[in-house]
Design a binder for this molecule. Structure first.
Ligand code: HEC
Ligand code: HEC
Ligand code: HEC
Ligand code: HEC
Length: 455
């Protein structure tokens, strides 16, 4: 009798430990993250945190270099971005880049040691683009990276190829399966924290600007895309975001209502910007590098490795737990954008917002690279709101020939319309307004087109 009891106790213990083997061993720490009683609690495993500490050691900044003497642009042949630094400062920057990206390989990872001006290594061309990308993140995406910013180290951590990146996956072949298109489901994928969710939430949400919100606004309306299927894609992205930051859903949401912004935490608004920033980085900076990388470095669909939340965050709620490396390397803070552009929803992450301003050079109606970036962001926001109409107004000032100025204002509005169409906004949704003269303001303010959400 006692034997059977003992045996069944043993079995029970075995079964319990088998059941719990997927769980984390106690003790875990919990930190209250919202009003008490709301269950907005972050659960941290101290052992995982300890293991992460090593990956988040910040290298000390190099001693400052002498800013005097000739500029790098006067001494060297091919410095297109860092020409304003002194020769000493350029050398310091090169040593830092080497430590962050190719410490084992050294300078020759990007350079021909006989001729540093040579441009034949693809890594040097990529590195120049990376410099521009880093400056763009720091200068134009402050709503996400704040003054903390990023350096090459944030993503690379001493590796030429960052540890966390993603490639497009060849979609499942819908025709060849009786079960239809599984959207990569039922095959637990690391990208979505081993959940059985669509395994590539990155292509639609972090490269394209597919709508993430899933709560339908109208019941049973024809054309309402909100569905369980779509919700699964959104959950795939959310699992990735939580895992990449090492946080629970309640870091951003009050789970009483995932959709509601006014009961979400401030971190959710920061995350809203992150999604737009990552799309900008992937489409404007990384995609165009596909022709620069050798074929063996590209993914199965011929694309370049792209950024997701884990590329910078690597399991921490702020990359490197918020350490500011950028202040030691002001050249990476970047020249501020030339075109002054306020993202459409800058004032309201909720998407209910006002205007993007696109500025032009004197007498010209072509769109600068910076303006294009602002337009692409605006387009992402517009396409994310089906049915939203857009007004385009060109402005002119009265100096010089007024008629010619109005015509130029019209041409500029047309140029912006074409750029919006290229970025996926359909023609019917765009309305050109009559060009207007501006009242007050400087002449530079007048050379603009406003993209406004029609009420
Ligand atoms: C990860 C790639 C990378 C590494 C590693 C690197 N560089 Fe550079 N280097 C560049 C890029 C990109 C430029 C061009 C910058 C620009 O256009 O403003 C450059 C420019 C230079 C120039 C100017 C050459 C000219 O005449 O135009 C010198 C000199 C230089 N690097 C020295 C070094 C030294 C020394 C090291 C090692 C301590 C080093 N670099 C490591 C990417 C790299
Ligand atoms: C936001 C993250 C991020 C930052 C910041 C960043 N990189 Fe990169 N880097 C990437 C990604 C993603 C790739 C693409 C890897 C691929 O396609 O395999 C890459 C690739 C590279 C490569 C090509 C490596 C190879 O062997 O093919 C070089 C060189 C490079 N980066 C240099 C730099 C330098 C220099 C800086 C700082 C000025 C920098 N990166 C900043 C994400 C970043
Ligand atoms: C780092 C912050 C963050 C974390 C963590 C996070 N979310 Fe989100 N979530 C967001 C943001 C931002 C949006 C809105 C995206 C947009 O509008 O482009 C969103 C949207 C959603 C939506 C759609 C709401 C609607 O309006 O239809 C759902 C559902 C959701 N999240 C569920 C989750 C779940 C479940 C988790 C945990 C697995 C999670 N989220 C973790 C930031 C976060
Ligand atoms: C280019 C690097 C980079 C990428 C990629 C990135 N982040 Fe961040 N993120 C940062 C930096 C830097 C900070 C710290 C800003 C600060 O100090 O306030 C930050 C802060 C945050 C915060 C605020 C944390 C807090 O406690 O206030 C959230 C939330 C966040 N990121 C979410 C995301 C999500 C979600 C993604 C992917 C869609 C993402 N980030 C991608 C660099 C990045």
């Amino acid at each position: 009798m006692t034997r059977t009891i003992r045996a069944s106790c043993l079995l029970l213990a075995l079964a319990t430990s088998a059941l719990l083997s997927g769980c984390e061993r106690p003790p875990v720490n919990s930190v209250q993250h919202g009003y008490r009683g709301l269950g907005m609690v972050e659960v941290y495993n101290p052992r995982i945190l300890a293991a992460q500490a090593a990956n988040n050691q910040v290298p000390e900044a190099l001693p400052p270099a002498n800013p005097d003497g000739p500029k790098a642009s006067q001494v060297f042949k091919n410095v297109k971005l860092l020409g304003n630094l002194s020769v000493g400062e350029l050398a310091r920057n090169m040593v830092a880049i080497t430590n962050w990206v190719s410490p084992k390989e050294g300078c020759t990872y990007c350079h021909d040691a006989q001729n540093f001006a040579d441009e034949s290594k693809y890594t040097k061309i990529v590195a120049r683009r990376m410099l521009e990308m880093t400056q763009n993140i720091n200068a134009n995406w402050k709503p996400h990276v704040a003054a903390t910013g990023v350096t090459c180290f944030t993503c690379h951590r001493g590796n030429p190829v960052p540890k966390n990146l993603w490639f497009k996956t060849p979609g499942p072949d819908a025709d060849s399966r009786l079960a239809g298109n599984l959207a990569g489901q039922n095959a637990p994928a690391v990208q979505v924290a081993l959940a059985s969710l669509p395994n590539d939430p990155f292509t639609p949400f972090l490269s394209q600007a597919v709508e993430i919100r899933v709560v339908g606004k109208e019941a049973l309306k024809a054309g309402n895309r909100q569905s369980i299927k779509q919700t699964e894609w959104t959950y795939g992205l959310m699992m990735h975001m939580s895992q990449a930051l090492g946080v629970n859903c309640t870091f951003c949401h009050n789970t009483r209502s995932f959709a509601q912004w006014d009961s979400s935490t401030p971190q959710r608004a920061v995350a809203w910007y992150s999604i737009r920033m990552v799309r900008d980085v992937n489409t404007a900076f990384l995609d165009p590098l596909a022709s620069v990388f050798p074929a063996h470095r590209l993914g199965p669909m011929g694309d370049v490795g792209k950024v997701d939340c884990a590329t910078c965050h690597q399991g921490a709620y702020k990359p490197l737990y918020g350490a500011n490396m950028l202040q030691g390397y002001p050249e990476l803070a970047g020249p501020a954008a030339q075109a002054v552009a306020t993202p459409l929803a800058a004032a309201a992450p909720d998407g209910q917002s006002d205007k993007v301003l696109v500025f032009f050079l004197v007498g010209r109606s072509d769109i600068s690279a910076d303006a294009l970036r602002a337009i692409a962001l605006a387009a992402a926001d517009i396409t994310a709101h089906p049915g939203q109409q857009v007004d385009l107004s060109g402005f002119a000032d009265k100096t010089g020939n007024a008629d010619a100025n109005l015509e130029l204002a019209k041409q500029r509005a047309i140029a912006v319309r074409e750029a919006l169409k290229v970025a996926g906004v359909s023609d019917e949704r765009i309305h050109l307004k009559k060009p207007e003269f501006v009242v007050g303001g400087t002449e530079a303010d007048a050379r603009r087109v406003e993209i406004a959400l029609a009420k």
